[in-house]
Every structure is written in structure tokens, then in C-alpha cells.
Design a protein. Sequence first.
Length: 279
Amino acid sequence: MSKKTNWIIGGIAVVIVAGAIYTFGHGSKSQSKTVTIGVMAGSKEEDQIWDAAIKTAKDKYGITLKTKKFTDYSQPNKALADGDIDLNAFQNYPFLANWNKTYKTNIVSIGDTWTTPLRLYSKSYKKTSEFKTGDQIVVPNDVTNENRGIHLLAEAGLIKIKDTNTATPKDITSNPKKLQITPIDASQTAKSLDDPKIAGAVINTNYAISAKLDIDSAIYVEGLNKDSEQYFNFIAANKKDKNNETYKKVVKSLQTAETKRLVKKFYGTAEITVWDYKK
């Protein structure tokens, strides 16, 4: 799994292009559908997941899927808005909202895919109830993941916070154990656990894996709920295409039991498919 910008959940990132070729003859029309899927250059495991979707699209829907790989995360939404591609699937909702606002685009989700839950780790404790008065816990300091980390600590019952999507330590309304919540650079959160003064750290999965942490050793894992929904990855389209039937079939080609099986096989609990989660 790749290390990516914080708005991008460390995991599988994809861009999709679709087109249709029509031939006419003797008053009848036949349709040959070709969909090119651009994916962020990644692992062989990611390729296998998309190979399965390609097979489903062909066998079940008669759609020919082809892949095209991207290396720059600034490209997919621009290409989509410019009409160079028809769909993409590399981002979460805060990333898209910021992009639409910044670049005056009108891109929408047409189907959720997966998410990479945020986790709380500790070398001192095995469960959150063991934290002691005055303990220090670090969280990532970028806008998206600081908010997400603060919400995770609230979800874990360690603090209470204001109802906000831009949470910082200043938004804590109740902190019974007087925990010191300290934002630091996301890339340093895993390393911080080596400091005996740090009792816990909220760490993005890509950094946890890079630091060779056992993600299943986390003492708290972000749940699927109204606060974490915004961090789901999804397939996106220009708003004018949100009801396109071919694009809906591309989404269905990915949202399968086989995809679930492969994601679990390759990533264990690091990634969770979420299309059947009831919002």
C-alpha cells in the first residue's frame, strides 16, 4: 500500500474512463462498451483486485475494461472535469469537497468502495481504559487527520468534543483524565511510540505499516459511523453523469463478493469494503 497524501486513505486508488462505440446498419443498432480504468500505480495485489472487476464487467455486463495507471494524485479530478476520463475512484469525501471548492468542479460520488480505518496504538497499555491521568496522546496535525484523530479519541470514550468537522484539541469539552492531546506531523506518529513520555498515538495505517507495527495490536480501531463515513473511498463521476447506466455497472463490477475476498486476503483488517454499510 502506498504512502499518500492525508486526504487519500492509504490503499487502492483508481481512475476510470468510459466510452461507447456505436455501429448502425439496416435500421438496427449494436453497442460495444469500452471502459478504461486508470489506477494509481501500485502493487500486484491491487492489480489482481481490478483484474477480478474487469472479468466481472465483461462476463456479466458485456463491458470491456482496460486499465491506465497514474502516478500524480493531482491528475484524476482534473482529467475527469476536463472530460478526458469519465469516472475516478481514488479519494475520500473531504478531499473531493476541497477539490470542488478550489477548482470549481462538480464531481460527485456514485458508489462507495473501501476505507482504511484510523487506529490508536500504545506500547504501555492494552486497552483504552488503562490510560492514566495526564497521559500524552499524539494525533496527526494536518487538518483532515487531526479532526479524524480527535473524533477517534471521542469515539473511544476518552474525551468529549464539540459537534464539528474540523476538530482540534481546543474543541474538547470533557477530558476526565486530563489527557494531553498533542498534534504532530503524521509521519512522526509511529516513531513517537518510542518516546516513553508518549502513552498513545493515533496513526494512519500507511505509516503504521511502514513502521512495521502490527495493525492488529491497536488498542482502538475507528468504527464505521456517521463521523467516519466521510473517509470512505468511492467511485466518482461528473454530476451530469451520476445516473449513467454503464457507469453504474462499472461500480457493480467492483462491488462484489470476490472483491471483498481479495481485499481481506491481501490487506487483512487494514482495509474494509464499505459499499454495503448502511448510512
